[in-house]
Design a protein around this ligand. Structure first.
Ligand code: GLU
Length: 510
């Protein structure tokens, strides 16, 4: 199905780094837009100037660049519905707010923050909660209780005011959500939300609804935390007589244990990032780790996120961005929250790492080697990564898995020595060294054949020889096929490693 009229948006507030839950929301919007042949818009919702954080918008844009989520319109590339940054649309909102006052749907409120907080305190002391709603508004300082002339005077004198939505007393709001189905809320439980603030800026609610309307957004796909705002939003559309977009509220990303929203603290506690990129708070200088800096491939990151809340309806787990576009549908977004699984995140990275070509991996590994002062040559590095990539989740793991290809062991795993270096090992390894030095064709197969026939002829234990040999070459009992290792490091290095190991470990007393 292709619907050119599909227009979706991701509308972050630049208040800090983007949580991976936000990236997932953007991703689902993106997949939906691409699948339907529609447009994807990036709008910055920066009407709350007290929460503005410098660098946050740039961070958001860089994060999307990194993970391959593209926008058709918005703050990056402009478009016919701009400007796309709400602070630059300031002048549009006030008239719309005034229009609601004229039609009796909203009102001016002059209560100062001090007045409201003292009422709140008084209520608390009586063990009650103060809510600015249909019960209370008649007792407060607003254009419902002050006559028209005095309201005009107050405004004329420059008295600060806000504009509040006059929530009906007892009305059932019926809404439709593509994920949750039919949602009903009685207005009795809702408060008179501020739509326009004393600083001349709209609040999130007014600006968000207006911009979705003005930008002809067809589907609002966003996090579940906005579901409580839905009745107000729907009522605003209805008050203006505008068509409502379709709504889809996505379930939360949950802590690995499943209770509650995934937070930065969970990441710190369990050692995984909750942000796409590293972030340094401009004020506190506190840093938070990012998927990119932790060595995740953007494709793996996207694949993992896509499956946290959506499923393809079959057992498939590996999806490129194109595959996701093809397979995605809102109908298959689950209603309940998805537990974040750090182990699974690493598993996804591993899947992408092993499918990368050895040459590509060698290029990625190269800087790590250079950092360690190793210049091994692309050909050797490609062969090495091909041998060890199955054991790595990240490019950085490649070093742990392959360092012995590039540097001879300087010490030996003591546990392994204790267990595998037997009374006869010393003499046997001297013999083996002789056998090896006699081999001209130092290829893996040929070394293997020669060494094995020597072991058989001597009736030595295969395991015993191979363990001791590995210990001398690698320094520990790990690594890929031993004959592949010695063939690659070459005869000279092999013989030297045996010398050094014999000297260092020495004879074991019988
Ligand atoms: N600015 C809101 C946010 O930061 C947007 C919510 C919405 O998509 O309506 O998440």
């Amino acid at each position: 199905m292709s619907d050119k009229n599909v227009r979706v948006r991701f509308a972050p507030s630049p208040t800090g780094p983007l949580h991976i839950g936000g990236v997932r929301t953007a991703l689902y919007n993106y997949l939906f837009a691409r699948k339907q042949g529609g447009k994807m818009i990036l709008r910055i919702e920066d009407t709350d100037q007290t929460r503005f954080v410098p660098g946050a918008e740039e961070y958001i844009i860089e994060a999307f660049n990194w993970c391959g989520i593209e926008f058709d319109e918005g703050v990056i590339n402009g478009g016919p519905y701009g400007p796309y940054r709400q602070s630059e649309r300031k002048d549009i909102y006030r008239d719309y707010a005034e229009e609601l006052i004229a039609s009796g749907i909203a009102y001016y409120a002059f209560d100062t923050p001090e007045e409201l907080s003292s009422i709140r305190q008084q209520y608390e002391s009586e063990k009650k909660t103060f809510i600015y709603n249909y019960e209370e508004r008649q007792k407060l300082r607003n254009s419902l209780t002050i006559d028209e002339k005095n309201v005009a005077d107050l405004i004329g004198k420059g008295t600060p005011y806000v504009i509040r939505f006059k929530m009906p007393e007892d009305e059932m709001v019926v809404m439709d959500d593509l994920v949750r189905g039919r949602v009903e809320v009685n207005t009795k439980v809702l408060d008179d939300k501020i739509l326009f603030k004393s600083d001349g800026m709209p609040t999130y609610h007014l600006a968000n609804v207006m911009d979705d309307h003005l930008m002809e957004i067809s589907h609002v796909i966003r996090g579940e935390e906005w579901l409580p705002s839905l009745p107000l939003h729907v009522m605003l559309y209805r008050a203006y007589g505008w068509d409502e977009p379709q709504f889809a509220h996505l379930p939360l990303l949950l802590k690995p244990e499943g209770n509650g929203k995934l937070s930065k603290r969970d990441g710190d506690r369990l050692g995984f990032p909750v942000f796409p990129l590293k972030w340094t708070d401009p004020k506190t200088k506190e840093t938070s780790r990012g998927y990119r800096e932790d060595g995740y491939f953007p494709e793996a990151f996207i694949n993992m996120l896509a499956l946290l809340g959506w499923n393809p309806g079959d057992e498939r787990e590996l999806f490129s961005m194109d595959d996701l576009v093809e397979a995605f549908s809102i109908e298959r977004v689950g209603r309940s929250g998805s537990k974040f699984d750090p182990e699974k995140a690493r598993w996804f990275n591993h899947q992408y790492l092993v499918t990368k070509g050895n040459e590509e991996l060698a290029d990625l590994f190269e800087p790590i080697l250079t950092g360690k002062g190793i210049a091994a040559g692309k050909e050797k590095v490609s062969i090495v990564v091909g041998m060890v990539k199955e054991r790595a989740n990240f490019v950085t793991d490649l070093w742990d898995q392959s360092s012995f290809f590039f540097v001879a062991p300087a010490e030996f795993d003591q546990k392994a020595v204790k267990k595998r270096w037997k009374a006869d090992s010393y003499e046997q390894m001297i013999e083996l060294q002789k056998v090896l030095s006699g081999i001209d064709d130092f290829s893996s197969d040929n070394i293997e054949q020669t060494v094995k026939s020597w072991i058989e002829k001597k009736e030595y234990g295969m395991g015993m020889i191979m363990n001791a040999f590995r210990l001398l070459i690698v320094g520990a009992l790990k690594g890929p096929h031993l004959f592949d290792i010695v063939a690659l490091i070459g005869k000279e290095d092999t013989l030297q490693r045996i010398d050094f190991g014999l000297k260092t470990i020495g004879k074991k007393e019988a």
